[in-house]
Ligand binder design. Sequence first.
Ligand code: 5GP
Length: 192
Amino acid sequence: MKLLEDKIKTDGTVLGEDVLKVDNFLNHQVDPKLMDAMGAEFARLFADAGITKVLTVESSGIAPALMAALHLNVPMIFARKHKSLTLTDNLYTARVYSYTKQVNNDISIDKRFLNEDDTVLIIDDFLANGQAVQGLLEIAKVANVKVGGIGIVIEKSFQKGRKMIEDTGIRVESLARIAAFENGEVKFVSES
Ligand code: 5GP
């Protein structure tokens, strides 16, 4: 998506070898018009997938997931993060290793919000090694819901997550795909 790629070029900062900082428009300060455009694009891409709910993980998935849900006219559910969970009777849970914080979080969704006739669209802000998406896929499996697709705002195509999803056979659409960071500059797959 050109609008997003341009925004990453002008406002994103490469940190170290493999992290992109986008806290001025995506995951701390949020650009609502860009979120709205991204939500519309996800809705267009998955218009024929029969989506009944959008799933994400708090907190940085919420803004794009909410806009996708608005354009698809379905509810959005965000999995909550906990340090560790003890009482899990009413919850679907999965353990997720956080790429940026390097700690394990247990994520959970209340069982009331997923039904066997649901088809979900999983949305996240970044795809790195695929741990967050994997956690949501585990929950979807246990909840016995269909996964109609996975929508990613920024995919780092040089990391493992893309392949992990492709191996599941589930359709994945990323609005920006980063091929590499070269001398602090972002190179998109579309440019190479
Ligand atoms: P994964 O679970 O795919 O390994 O990593 C995805 C999660 O880690 C995302 O939910 C995101 O919060 C965080 N993340 C991964 N890579 C980056 C990055 O380059 N920049 C930022 N800001 N967050 C990232």
